[in-house]
Design a protein around this ligand. Structure first.
Ligand SMILES: C[S@@+](CC[C@H](N)C(=O)[O-])C[C@H]1O[C@@H](n2cnc3c(N)ncnc32)[C@H](O)[C@@H]1O
Length: 295
């Protein structure tokens, strides 16, 4: 065998001379056909999945199709859970609308055997993927499929969100997380879900929910066209982006949400963390979020 050191020059492809011409043509063809989706997708197409617990792009049905943004979102919310909710390795976490596991990944290495994670979603392919990739290796990570209807994700669902009872006993969880789910649900559905959150949290347990909240500032910025949403249509007291697909993006009145937390037996913790979705210059994240403690 030739053991002589190889001098590397930029632009020099060590393997290229050994790849048969036909195979080069096939690779070139594949790469050219997926050009518009970016280099990550080309890598995925050529060499398979990126990282074992990061889903392939074709499975990212509920947010940006991008590996780095996927991981970044998980890290961002893990950081909030640590900073604002004092997340502990033995906590029992419920993630309603867990999607394809954007918020799940950092918890896999963080939670210990006393801790657990239950994810619920209405889209089968996400739940199946998470069960296969995460649940089989980490038995304290469980994924639950439910056939609740949502005009955007599961229009034919059998169960109405206003009637849905979470499949867990009372007083079970330390933290309940809901990222970009109430932004896709209308008032009466949100009312039922928040009551269910209150039921399944332990006393002192915390709920972490993201929103598009309408208050004076948000209404003014939206009317000036500053944010990412126009919200031109009204459904009850909500404002929605697309009147033909109302569950696409839903904004709720902040005052109504505050009253609902009170009715469901929560105290809002510290303050509401406002987001830049409406064009604010000072913000915590993209969406607003409310952390509340069950009394
Ligand atoms: C925008 S995605 C957010 C996913 C994930 N929570 C995140 O933050 O990345 C909304 C998710 O909520 C799920 N969803 C929508 N309506 C729901 C409902 N009524 N109950 C449970 N999940 C729901 C959707 O299937 C989708 O996975």
């Amino acid at each position: 065998m030739d053991t002589k050191k190889i001098k590397f020059k930029p632009g020099h492809h060590l393997l290229k001379p050994f790849i048969p011409r036909k195979l080069k043509e096939v690779i070139k063809d594949i790469v050219s056909r997926v050009e518009d989706v970016g280099s990550q997708s080309r890598r995925e197409l050529l060499f398979g999945e990126n990282e074992p617990l990061v889903p392939p792009l074709r499975m990212m049905f509920e947010g940006p199709r991008d590996y780095e943004l996927f991981k970044e979102n998980g890290r961002e919310f893990f950081e909030y859970l640590r900073r604002f909710c004092d997340l502990q390795p033995n906590h029992k976490i419920l993630d309603i609308g867990c999607g394809i596991g954007r918020k799940t990944l950092p918890l896999i290495t963080y939670l210990n055997e006393q801790g657990s994670y239950d994810g619920v979603d209405i889209v089968e392919k996400g739940v199946e993927w998470l069960r296969a990739k995460v649940g089989t290796k980490h038995p304290n990570f469980r994924f639950h499929l439910t056939d609740v209807s949502n005009g955007y994700y599961n229009a034919q669902g059998e169960i109405k969100a206003v009637n849905y009872k979470f499949p867990f006993p009372d007083n079970t969880f330390d933290i309940m997380l809901m990222g970009s789910v109430f932004t896709q649900m209308l008032t009466d559905e949100v009312e039922n879900y928040l009551a269910e959150v209150a039921r399944v949290l332990k006393p002192g347990g915390q709920s972490f929910i993201t929103y598009f909240l309408l208050n004076e500032e948000a209404e003014r910025l939206v009317s000036e066209g500053k944010g990412t949403l126009r919200l031109k249509h009204r459904v009850g007291k909500c404002r929605v982006e697309d009147k033909n697909s109302v569950a696409d993006s839903v904004a709720h009145q902040e005052a109504d949400m505050r009253a609902l937390y009170e009715r469901c037996g929560f105290n809002i913790k510290d303050k509401i963390h406002y987001g830049f979705w409406c064009g604010r210059e000072s913000y915590t994240s993209y969406e607003d979020f409310i952390i509340a403690v069950k009394r």
